[in-house]
Each structure stands twice: as C-alpha cells, then as structure tokens.
Design a protein around this ligand. Structure first.
Ligand SMILES: [Zn+2]
Length: 217
C-alpha cells in the first residue's frame, strides 16, 4: 500500500516558512502524483504521471527539473481504487457535492485524479514571495479558462489532519496539452473520468532546517 507522503507539515508553510531543501528528486522517491508549492511560493506545483510542473500566475505551466526545491509537497504513487465516468453538466456546487458523494468516509485520505472536459475553470497561482512574509498578506492571482480539457490532481485530507495537509479537497489543474494550469478555485464540469485511490496510511517528513527546528508551530 502506498502512503500519502508529506514533505513537511503544512502548518510550517502557514507560519511563513517558504524555503526548504526538499527537491523534486526527493519527492519522486515517494510518488508520481501530487501537488505542492515551490520555494518562496513561486508558483503552484502539480505532479502527474511522474512529471512535475510549475503553474504560474499567467495560467501557464512548464515542466521543472529535479533540482527545483519546495517547502511543501503531498504525493503518492497513484493506483486508483475506484473509477467513475460522469457525463453531466455540473456547476461548482454540483461538482463539490459529487466529490463528497464519491468518498465513503471523511476519516480517510484519498488521492483523486479527474480527467475531464470543463466548460469553465477558475484557478489561481502565487507570485514569488519573500520568505517569512505572513501568509495572510499573500494574495493569489486568479486566472480563467473556458472550454478546456485536462486533469485535476489532488487529495482529500480529513479535517482533523489539517495541521499536516490542507483539509478537505485540494486539487491542482493541468491542461491536456500540459501548457496551462493552477490551483482549482471553481469549475463547471461537462464530463469526466474520476479515479479515486483510498490511502489508509500517511508518511510525514519533518524538515531538518534551522528555520523549521526553531519555529514555534
Ligand atoms: Zn494548491
């Protein structure tokens, strides 16, 4: 069974620790599928089929090499437990309801891959920030797409594990041509294949940097 792997507790990121020495190469030992952010919050990260991409504030995506560093990543090796085909016009609320219905318990981790056609998608990403800037001051930049095909990659994390990873559903989008993407904010779905992996195990890495060791979490 592949665990969900966290490179750091997300609470460290929330405290403004935006630089760690974790690399994409480190992350790939623990998964081929997942999400995160780059050092100094310089764009969102998505990993799909073993390749990592940086998602920028102009809505563009590009692949990144193994040396890129990140303060937070959540990955697993993706092997779906269930696969569901949906052909239905669903607004954002309908889409969220569907995701809730597809998980049998809120006390489990799930890795979620949604390959779909979307009539509308609103994503966001973040410009490079100064390390330690309070997260409350960081404003993401939104970006819209119309009629786009692609993949949502992410996880459901139980609420009681919210200090370790973003609680609830957290999904990043990558277009089918691998050239666009961002952190999912809203969408309108036309059709999709929704693959869900139940993950009953968590592996948490604790960073060994001075910042991490000396911050009051
Ligand atoms: Zn995100």
């Amino acid at each position: 069974m592949n665990p969900v792997y966290l490179s750091a507790p997300v609470s460290a990121l929330m405290k403004g620790l935006y630089e760690e020495d974790t690399t994409i190469a480190n992350i790939k030992k623990h998964g081929d599928f997942g999400l995160g952010t780059f050092n100094d919050l310089n764009g969102e990260m998505v990993m799909l089929d073993g390749r990592a991409y940086q998602l920028e504030t102009d809505g563009l995506a590009h692949s990144v090499d193994d040396a890129a560093q990140m303060p937070f990543a959540c990955v697993t090796f993706f092997h779906p437990t269930t696969v569901e085909d949906i052909e239905q016009d669903l607004d954002d609320a309908g889409f969220r309801n569907l995701l809730e219905r597809l998980i049998p318990s809120k006390n489990m981790f799930y890795a979620i891959r949604i390959d779909g056609c979307f009539s509308y998608l609103k994503v966001w990403s973040i410009h490079k920030q100064e390390n330690y800037r309070p997260i409350a001051e960081v404003r993401p930049t939104p970006f819209d797409f119309q009629d786009i095909e692609g993949t949502l990659v992410g996880f459901y994390t139980p609420r009681f594990i919210g200090s370790l990873s973003m609680p609830g559903h957290h999904l990043h989008f990558l277009s089918a041509d691998r050239r666009h993407g961002g952190h999912l904010f809203q969408c309108r779905l036309k059709k999709a294949r929704i693959a869900i992996q139940f993950v009953p195990e968590l592996k948490l890495n604790l960073p060994m940097t001075l910042d991490y060791l000396t911050t009051d979490l």
